[in-house]
Ligand binder design. Structure first.
Ligand code: GAR
Length: 205
């Protein structure tokens, strides 16, 4: 590894299992990122406690305190990230749509994991969407965040088969196993500089 480990701020809204997979990966001395901060937009979610158990600073910025003013909420989040000298923002089950203001501010320095093989099945209920579409293959995508929802250039994807008898929960569980491997690998690519966002595309070196 060259240079200092990148300081990562993880944004969550819930149980934080992807955050945990990143925290576990970051235990390795040669991992190019450290989890410096976890921020939830919802108070008291399990992910906050799990972060603290890893010794990671954990904070809540409750979006409801800002009413309909999305940007005011994001300015508060941005302030916490800035105070903690965050280099990279990692969305891990963060269920708020971000404004162009925030996305531009972190352009090329913010990634997301989405439970589908993008560009298929954007938005929510991706496993239901996959089952209803009758696809035989499903999966997850790690991507840079751009202003358009779930439309950012893909860094890495992992596939799983859709099996006879699958329901949403079974399929979600199979995808989640892959998410937990994919996201640490994708963050390593970005934190090391091996994958960069240049002119709206992922450039590898
Ligand atoms: C994960 O499956 C993640 O891919 C998904 O939410 C779940 C969060 O689980 N994210 C999205 O749907 C974003 N659009 P986690 O809190 O246990 O990581």
């Amino acid at each position: 590894m060259t240079g200092p480990r990148k300081r990562v701020g993880v944004l969550i809204s819930g149980r934080g299992s992807n955050m945990v997979s990143l925290a576990e990966a970051a235990r390795a001395a040669d991992y190019p990122a450290e989890l410096s901060l976890v921020v939830s937009n919802i108070p008291d979610v399990a992910g906050l406690e799990r972060a603290r158990n890893f010794g990671i600073a954990a904070a809540t910025v409750d979006h409801r305190a800002f009413g309909k003013d999305r940007e005011a909420f994001e300015r508060a989040v941005d302030e916490v990230l800035r105070v903690n000298q965050i280099d990279l923002v990692v969305l891990a089950g963060f269920m708020r749509i971000l404004t162009p203001w925030f996305v531009k501010r972190w352009e090329g320095r913010m990634i997301n994991i989405h439970p589908s093989l993008l560009p298929l099945f954007k938005g929510t209920h991706t496993h239901r969407q996959a089952l209803e579409a009758g696809v035989t293959e499903h999966g997850c995508s790690a991507h840079f965040v751009v202003p358009e929802l779930d439309a950012g250039p893909v860094i890495l994807q992992a596939k799983v088969p859709v099996l006879p008898g699958d329901d949403e929960d079974r399929l979600a569980a199979r995808v989640l196993v892959e998410e937990h491997k994919l996201y640490p690998a994708a963050l390593a690519e970005v934190a090391s500089g091996r994958a960069r966002l240049v002119d709206g595309a992922v450039i590898r070196s």
